[in-house]
Structure formats: C-alpha cells, structure tokens
Design a protein around this ligand. Structure first.
Ligand SMILES: [Zn+2]
Ligand SMILES: [Zn+2]
Length: 293
C-alpha cells in the first residue's frame, strides 16, 4: 500500500503568511504520514489546524490519531488548541512522550491551554487524549516501527524514523549540524569533501526513502546564527548523501526566506549532490503537497 506523506506546515519559528511565502507556505511544522489506516501526525504547529479540518471531511475517518512531537518549542505545539478533532468526543488522540519518565510533551501541550494563554482549558477538550510513551525510544504501532533519536537543539529535541516493510521515512527537524572549522563554506559548484556528520544520526537516517530535515539556513545565515539549533541546507544535503537517503525534503524554512530563495537553495543543494555522483532527489517541503512512497 505504501505510505502517504502530506505537508501541512513547513515554516520554522513563527507562522509567516506573506506574498513571498505563498508557494512553500507560512504555517509552522506539521506533517501527516499515513501507513494504510494508521495516521501519524508529526508536530502540532499551526499547520495542524488545516489538517484537522481535512480529517473531518474524509470519507473514512481514522479512529485514532498518533501524535509525535519533536519538542515543545512554540512553533511545534501552537496549533494544537485549534485542532478541531481534539474537541470531538469520537476522536482518540495518542500523544507519545519519549520514555516512561518523560512528561514534557504532555505537560506543555496541556500547559499552553491554561487560562493565561488560551480561553478553553485542556480538560474541556471532548476527545479522548491518551498520553502514551515510547519504550526505550521505540515502539511498534499497528505494524509500523517508530524509533526516536536525539537531535542537536537547545533544550533537546527528537527525530522519528518510521519503518514498515521496506519503507523508511525520517522526520528530523530542529537540528543543528555544526559546521566544523575544516568544513567551512565549500563552494557548492566544486567537489569539496563532504562535511562530517554525527555517526548516530547517519545511522538513524540510513537508507531512508524520504528524509524530512531542518534546512532553515544557508551557509551564510548559519554563520550568523550558529548555536540557534538549526542547519544549513548544504549540511543537510551532506547528511542525506552520507546516509544514502533517496529523497530529501528541505524543511523548517526560515521566516525570512522567500519562495525564490528556497528555489535557489534546491538548485545549489542538487548541484552538490550530483557533484558527488549521488542519486538524491532534493526538493523543499511545500504546504498542501502530498507524496506517496
Ligand atoms: Zn521549530
Ligand atoms: Zn525548536
């Protein structure tokens, strides 16, 4: 049957509706993955609002939704109070914390609905919201193996790999791939050596059919915003090449980056991949686009 991946929110940091974000979208992180009837939702940024409306229109509505949150920075949870299925008693939402002793996601997802921030309290939501957790960072959900792995981001963040049969989709946003002194700004039109990547991360991404990854900056922006927890699109390209990924979706676009600039990045990153003789398809995550693998 394969897997369907749909981008509902692709922007990083803050919703950015503007004439120059119309193509790739202005809503913050939210990606839906459907393995047969099992629906996973990665992050609850402002994009989840449109997903909620779409779910209500579907002929066959899933009984249960599986929500995996990478971390609780605002742009990854802010859409949840506007997710209509959460208000309906026929919905069951399973929210996964990383481990049995980790309550960060459940605490902050509900905490953002305290009266100082939002008029409707969390306990007034009609849906059955179950706080679950992964065991040793992994679990099987309806035959899909889900594994969490650590990313490099202020206050911590986790990526998720989803595998079923021979398909592997990796969602790894809000991650800083540090540029080492020896790896500085290689000209993408030359065959510079690939940047070194953390081994565990390369293993987590290994042979992914699709890698959705934080590519908020280009090398110049990264140099100014080093330590802010995000990556240059060229570093992410090098990660995808080293891990043997087949497709790379540049994700978590910077609020200041225009559609034209994103187009230019795709070109630069694709040049880099082809210089290395690697068959890697590179594109940018675009709101409303659905892919099938
Ligand atoms: Zn973010
Ligand atoms: Zn973040």
């Amino acid at each position: 049957m394969g897997v369907f991946v749909k981008f509902w929110g692709t922007r990083g940091s803050i919703p950015t509706p503007a004439s120059w974000t119309r193509v790739y979208g202005g809503n913050t992180s939210c990606v839906e993955m459907r393995f047969d009837d099992t629906v996973f939702i990665c992050d609850a940024g402002s994009g989840i609002r449109e997903l909620g409306k779409d779910l209500l229109k579907r002929k066959t509505r899933p009984d249960e939704l599986h929500l995996l949150i990478t971390h609780t920075h605002w742009d990854h949870i802010q859409g949840f109070p506007f997710f209509i299925p959460a208000y309906l008693k026929e919905t069951r939402i399973r929210v996964y914390d990383r481990a049995v002793d980790d309550h960060s996601r459940s605490r902050l997802l509900s905490g953002q609905m305290s009266s100082e921030y939002f008029p409707v309290p969390f306990h007034a939501l009609g849906a059955q919201i179950v706080f679950d957790h992964l065991k040793d960072n992994q679990t099987d959900i309806n035959g899909v193996h889900v594994r969490a792995f650590k990313l490099n981001h202020p206050a911590g963040c986790y990526g998720y790999a989803f595998e079923k049969n021979d398909l592997k989709i990796v969602y790894a946003t809000d991650n800083e791939l540090e540029i080492q002194p020896g790896d500085k700004f290689p000209d993408p039109s030359h065959k510079a050596g690939l940047r070194r990547m953390p081994e565990e991360l390369v293993e987590a991404v290994r042979n992914a059919d699709l890698l959705i990854a934080d590519a908020q900056y280009d090398d110049q922006q990264y140099a100014i915003k080093k330590g802010w927890g995000h990556s240059s699109c060229l570093s992410v390209t090098d990660l995808a090449i080293q891990a043997g990924a087949k497709n790379l979706a540049l994700f978590h676009h910077d609020p200041e980056t225009t559609d034209r600039e994103i187009d230019a990045r795709i070109k630069t990153c694709s040049q880099r991949a082809s210089k290395h003789g690697h068959k890697l398809a590179i594109f940018a995550a675009r709101e409303g686009v659905e892919l099938k693998f």
